[in-house]
Design a binder for this molecule. Structure first.
Ligand code: ADP
Length: 529
C-alpha cells in the first residue's frame, strides 16, 4: 500500500529527524506490515513537542524520541536503560511517586499527572505526563508508554496571571480611601478590603457572608433601597448613589456608592463589585462653604444698611449745618446791623466750627457713597498741573498760618486719565494732612513724577512721619495714628480711606513711604493718557 522512504539521520543520532525531513510514500502493498511499523517509529521520532518513550515493566527506559531529547536534555545513549524516576524531583522520589504512578497505570490502564520534572541540567519544568500500561495479547504487562508534555510556558502564563491577580487582590486589599468589596448575586459580602474596614468599621471575619443591607439606615431599608440598587445594577450594568450609610457602631456617614454587576464570559451574573467612598468630610466642607457664604451675604447686607444709614444721616445733618453757616455769614456781613468786635469774634468761631463739622460730615457722606458704589467717575484726559494749581489756593491760608514752606516743582506736566474733581479732592486731602502733621517751619514739596505708563503727584513733607507698622492701616477708615480722646489732630480718619478708594476706582493708586520724625511721601498715580 504505502512505502515509506525517508532521508533521516541514522537512529543513533539522538537529535532525530530535523524539520526538513521528507517523507515519500510509494504504493507497495507487499511490504505493508513492515512499513506500518516503521511509519509508527517515524511518527514517534518526528514528534518534537512531546517526549514519547517506552519503559520496560520495571520502569527502565527502552526507547527515546527527539521530543524527549529536546526538553529533557539527555541523548538516547545517556538515558536508555536508566530508571524513569530520574526525571522526578528528589521530594517526589522520596515519596515514591514514580513507583506509585506505575502501580496506578497497571491497575487502571493509565495514569495522568501534572507536576515538576527535572531536566538533565537539574532545572525543572512543569509537565503533563500520561503513562499507559502496555500488554501483549495475553494481557501480560510488557512495559509502559510514557508521553510527557512540557507545560512550562503554559504554567508560566498561569503563574503570571496568578501573580497579577494576587497583586491586584493585594492592591484592592490595601486601598484605604475606598471601600472595595464583592457581593454575591444575593447581595452577601464575598470580599472585603482595608478601606471598607476603615469606613464601615467591620473586620473581614465579621462581615463576610452578611447581607449588604446591614450598611443601610432604617429609612433606606423601608424603601427597599438595597434590593433596588442590585436590581438596577443587574439591569443597567451599574448603579451610583450618594446617601447616608451606617457604620458598625451605628453612626452615619455620607457616602458615594457605585455597584457594578459582574458577569462571566457567558453573560451570567456572578455577583457585584461595590465601591464605597466616605464623603462625610466633603459634605461637611460643602455645608461650611454654604454657611460662610450665608454669613458673608448677611455681613454685606449689614454693611449696606450701615452705608445707607451714614448717607442719610450725613445728608440730614448737612442741611441744618448749612443753615447755621448761612445765618452766621449774614450776621457777619452786617445784614442785621453792625457788630461789635466781640460778637464778630464769636461769630467767626461759630463759622469755623460749622465749617469743621461740615467737613467731617462730607467725609462721612463721601465714604458711604463710595462704599455703596454710588459714585460716578467722569474719566477724561487731564493735566495734573492744573489739578495742583486748583488746590493750592485752598491750602495756602493754613500753610501760611503754620509758617510752612509749600513748594511746587514744575519740571514736567503729565496728562493722565482720571476724574479731575476727584483728583483735586484727593490732593486737597494729602496737602491738608501734610500741613496738619508738619511742625511749624517745615517744608512741603509738590512735584510730578512718571513711571511705567503711570504719572502722578508726589507730596513730600518734613512732618512727624508715620510708624512703619501703621503705613497700611492709615488707609483704613477711622484709623488715626496716636489719636487719643484728649490729644490729637482734627479729622475723622476717613480722608485717606476715601482717597485711596477713589484713586483705585480710577485705575490709579495712592501709596506712602515715611520715616518717623523725618517726614512722609505720598504718591498719587494714574494711567498716562
Ligand atoms: P484724618 O486726617 O482725618 O485723621 P486720614 O485718613 O486723612 O484721616 O489720615 C489718617 C491718619 O494717617 C492720620 O490721622 C495720621 O495719623 C496719618 N497721616 C496722614 N497723613 C499724614 C502725614 N502727612 N504725616 C503724618 N501722618 C499722617
Amino acid at each position: 500500500m504505502t512505502n515509506v522512504n525517508s532521508r533521516r539521520p541514522p537512529p543513533s543520532d539522538p537529535r532525530g529527524p530535523d524539520d526538513q525531513q521528507i517523507l515519500v510514500l510509494d504504493h507497495a502493498p507487499e511490504t505493508a506490515v513492515a512499513d506500518l511499523s516503521s511509519l509508527y517509529k517515524l511518527l514517534v521520532e518526528s514528534v518534537r513537542d512531546y517526549a514519547i518513550f517506552a519503559l520496560d515493566a520495571t520502569g527502565h527506559i527502552i526507547t527515546w524520541n527527539p521530543g524527549a531529547a529536546r526538553f529533557k536534555g539527555y541523548t538516547a545513549q545517556e538515558i536508555i536503560g536508566q530508571h524513569f524516576s530520574i526525571f522526578y524531583p528528589p521530594e517526589d522520589q522520596a515519596a515514591r511517586k514514580p513507583e506509585k504512578e506505575l502501580e496506578i497505570a497497571i491497575a487502571e490502564g493509565r495514569v495522568e499527572d501534572e507536576g515538576w520534572r527535572v531536566r538533565k541540567d537539574g532545572s525543572r519544568f512543569w509537565a503533563n505526563v500520561v503513562i499507559t500500561a502496555l500488554r501483549n495479547p495475553d494481557g501480560r504487562l510488557v512495559g509502559f508508554a510514557k508521553v510527557t508534555r512540557d507545560l512550562s510556558e503554559r504554567r508560566q502564563a498561569e503563574e503570571i496571571l496568578r501573580l497579577s491577580e494576587e497583586r491586584f487582590r493585594l492592591l484592592i486589599q490595601g486601598v484605604r480611601d475606598y471601600g472595595i468589596f464583592m457581593l454575591d448575586t444575593g447581595g452577601h459580602v464575598a470580599s472585603w478590603n482595608e478601606g471598607a474596614e476603615r469606613i464601615n468599621g467591620y473586620t473581614t471575619q465579621e462581615i463576610l457572608g452578611q447581607h449588604f443591607s446591614i450598611f443601610y439606615p432604617p429609612e433606606a431599608l423601608a424603601r427597599r433601597q438595597p434590593a433596588y440598587e442590585l436590581e438596577v445594577a443587574a439591569r443597567d450594568g451599574s448603579f451610583e448613589d450618594e446617601g447616608w450609610r451606617l457604620r458598625k457602631d451605628g453612626s452615619r456617614f455620607w457616602s458615594n456608592v457605585i455597584i457594578t454587576a459582574m458577569r462571566d464570559a457567558t453573560g451570567t451574573l456572578i455577583g457585584f463589585s461595590k465601591v464605597t467612598r466616605d464623603l462625610t468630610e466633603r459634605r461637611a466642607a460643602h455645608e461650611r462653604a454654604i454657611e460662610d457664604a450665608r454669613r458673608i451675604a448677611e455681613a454685606e447686607a449689614a454693611n449696606r444698611t450701615k452705608s445707607a444709614f451714614l448717607a442719610s444721616m450725613s445728608h440730614e445733618l448737612r442741611t441744618p449745618l448749612n443753615a447755621i453757616g448761612g445765618y452766621a455769614d449774614l450776621l457777619l456781613f452786617g445784614v442785621a446791623g453792625d457788630l461789635i468786635a466781640e460778637q464778630r469774634e464769636y461769630l467767626d468761631r461759630l463759622r469755623r466750627s460749622q465749617q469743621h463739622l461740615l467737613g467731617i460730615i462730607n467725609d462721612l457722606l463721601n465714604f458711604s457713597r463710595i462704599e455703596a458704589g454710588r459714585i460716578t467717575y467722569d474719566m477724561k484726559p487731564m493735566f495734573l498741573g492744573r489739578a495742583i494749581r486748583a488746590v493750592l489756593p485752598m491750602i495756602e491760608p493754613q500753610a501760611r498760618q503754620r509758617e510752612l514752606d509749600v513748594r511746587v516743582v514744575e519740571t514736567a506736566d503729565y496728562e493722565v486719565v482720571a476724574d479731575s474733581t476727584k483728583v483735586e479732592q484727593i490732593l486737597l486731602n494729602l496737602l491738608s494732612n501734610s500741613i496738619k502733621f508738619t511742625d511749624r517751619g517745615g517744608t512741603i514739596v509738590i512735584e510730578q513724577f512718571s513711571v511705567d505708563g503711570f504719572a502722578g503727584v508726589r507730596v513730600t513733607d518734613t512732618g512727624i512721619g508715620i510708624p512703619e507698622d501703621k503705613l497700611e492701616s492709615i488707609f483704613e477708615p477711622f484709623v488715626q495714628v496716636g489719636r487719643t480722646l484728649t490729644t490729637g489732630h482734627e479729622g475723622t480718619g476717613l480722608g485717606l480711606a476715601i482717597s485711596r478708594d477713589l484713586a483705585r476706582a480710577m485705575n490709579g493708586d495712592l501709596t506712602v513711604r515715611s520715616r518717623i520724625e523725618k517726614g512722609s511721601v505720598f504718591e498719587l498715580a494714574f494711567k498716562k493718557d
